[in-house]
Design a protein. Structure first.
Length: 432
């Protein structure tokens, strides 16, 4: 199918910069086949008028747990360890496979509605994210969360992860990684096994690292090292790794991350909400570490909206460093797009609007209060937009949302099923 987006403002990469100007975009099947130059034989089955519209590359949510959207706002104002072990873990144990499917659909609805086209998911019910992605039309990197004590190649969770990767590997919107959960839930031998298997299978690793002070203190007490050194010693960094959080990192840790090309996903809302602090993002950028951005699950954010996350990222480091220059709007926008694609090994396919890349993009309204006047659109994207400006979303050349109407998932059905799950778990209809 040919789609023409005619005369819209478009964010285009220009070297290390992004430039915003008026362009027309030609899409054929799943790809962008022309910018301003109409490809030979192009036939537009659909033309989108670009007046008062801004086209951006689809945002990349580089760390989340979509199935946890069901647990939005059920465990707030708690310490990290109480949040995880006393509230979220027991609730997770009650989720059925079907529940996880609807939870993932809810997370994906929220992401599509706020301009995200690709996400990186760590899941307990891996088959259900796969199923929900097949239905939603998004692009995703998926891993099954792995926890364990020993080197055991027959481990049930690992086998599940590998089987799913093999089964669903045929859909080119899906990619699989291995997901050892965190140093405090993976014993050294288990983590080493994950690294060995990832190396053998040519897979990347998606892990939580150095998220809280308690994690770092316990690691020092039990293993006399930092969480980063713990992962290094297990061989995790011998494969392409995307590490969520990295809040509690020292200078030597950052040098290790840089020298092993580890990408760091910063999750400012989750880190603040759980009282875990601020990752040293400006320092990481200074060292040349590839930093990308994620929401984390809706149980700890409590949203899947990358505009909210961009705004936080763009502001908190200026505030905590008392230096407004330490991170720019341009840098923040790249962290939410191309850097995420790079971290997931997808930068040849997505993360920017370029001829030959997949047509993964969001079309935003400029004729709304939050985007008016159009003085500096890059600053508008980072500091002013809230996601409600996203009008149309295209992923892999397919229209997932138009005029804010979702074309793939059945929105009403998702809400109906989520309400049913929450009622069953005793989460809904409480009085306050
Ligand atoms: Ni997480």
């Amino acid at each position: 199918m040919g789609i023409l987006i005619k005369d819209a403002m478009v964010v285009l990469p220009e070297g290390e910069e992004d430039k915003i100007a008026k362009h027309s975009i030609y899409i054929e099947d799943d790809k962008i086949t022309g910018i301003d130059n109409e490809p030979q034989g192009f036939k537009a089955e659909k033309t989108i008028d670009g007046k008062d519209r801004l086209v951006i590359p689809g945002l990349i949510n580089a760390h989340t747990h979509t199935y946890m959207s069901t647990f939005r706002n059920v465990a707030d104002d708690l310490s990290f360890m109480d949040w995880l072990f006393k509230t979220i873990d027991p609730l997770e144990a009650q989720l059925t496979e079907e529940d996880a499917y609807w939870g993932s659909c809810l997370g994906q609805l929220e992401m599509i509605k706020s301009g995200t086209t690709t996400f990186n998911d760590q899941q307990m019910h891996i088959h259900q994210t796969t199923r929900a992605v097949m239905d939603s039309g998004m692009r995703a990197v998926i891993c099954r969360g792995l926890v364990g004590d020993t080197y055991d190649l027959e481990d049930r969770r690992l086998k599940e992860a590998l089987e799913e990767a093999e089964d669903a590997g045929k859909c080119d919107r899906l990619k699989f990684m291995l997901g050892p959960h965190a140093p405090y839930t993976c014993a050294p031998d288990y983590l080493k096994m994950c690294a060995d298997v990832a190396k053998e299978k040519g897979m990347g690793i998606h892990i939580h690292l150095a998220e809280s002070a308690t994690e770092s203190e316990n690691m020092r007490k039990d293993h006399d090292c930092t969480p980063i050194e713990y992962a290094l010693n297990a061989g995790v960094f011998d494969v392409p790794t995307i590490a969520a959080h990295c809040v509690q990192v020292n200078d030597a840790d950052m040098d290790i991350l840089k020298s092993h090309n580890v990408s760091v996903v910063t999750n400012p809302a989750s880190n603040m909400k759980l009282g875990n602090g601020f990752a040293p993002v400006p320092e990481m950028i200074e060292k040349g570490i590839n930093v990308c951005l994620g929401t984390d699950g809706a149980a700890s954010n409590n949203s899947q909206n990358m505009f909210h996350e961009m705004s936080l990222l763009g502001l908190i480091h200026k505030g905590t460093h008392a230096t407004p220059q330490c991170i720019s709007a341009r840098e923040t926008f790249r962290i939410a797009t191309i850097n995420g694609a790079r971290a997931l090994g997808l930068d040849k396919l997505t993360g920017s609007i370029e001829v030959g890349k997949k047509a993964d993009l969001a079309i935003m309204r400029l004729d709304v209060p939050s985007m008016m006047p159009n003085n500096n659109l890059l600053a508008s994207l980072v500091y002013s937009a809230n996601g409600s400006e996203v009008d149309t979303v295209i992923a892999d050349g397919r229209v997932l949302m138009e005029g804010r109407e979702i074309k793939t998932l059945d929105e009403e059905k998702v809400y109906f099923e989520i309400r049913k799950i929450c009622q069953r778990l005793g989460l809904d209809n409480r009085t306050y």
